[in-house]
Write a protein that binds this ligand. Structure first.
Ligand SMILES: [Zn+2]
Length: 100
């Protein structure tokens, strides 16, 4: 019943820690720092992403490889959880110079 672990994810802008719930790890209601969470729990850290920082309102989630948080434009997406930054290029179309 509703067991999960919490991973403290720092806001990329102000550093406020956001408790992200993960259900893929031990699920013993433990709290981990982002860098210390077991890999089993980390893979699900974006379960409820994007997160909204309660202090400054920045919308963000965890980028993998390397582990850090990134600011993301707000839009619901459920199918790109592990794509990292590449999934969120913001309004910058590919510039010219693509082969001839
Ligand atoms: Zn913040």
């Amino acid at each position: 019943m509703g067991m999960y672990d919490e991973i403290l994810v720092p806001c990329p802008k102000c550093g406020e820690l956001y408790p992200a719930q993960s259900k893929s790890g031990p699920c013993e209601l433990q709290t981990f720092e982002l860098g210390e969470a077991p890999e089993g729990a980390i893979v699900d850290v974006n379960r409820h992403a994007p997160f909204g920082c309660e202090r400054c309102g920045t919308i963000f989630e965890v980028a993998f490889d390397p582990l850090r948080t990134i600011e993301v434009p707000y839009r619901p997406r459920r199918n790109q959880l592990f794509d990292g930054e590449d999934g969120y290029q913001v309004g910058t179309p590919q510039t010219e110079g693509i082969e001839n």
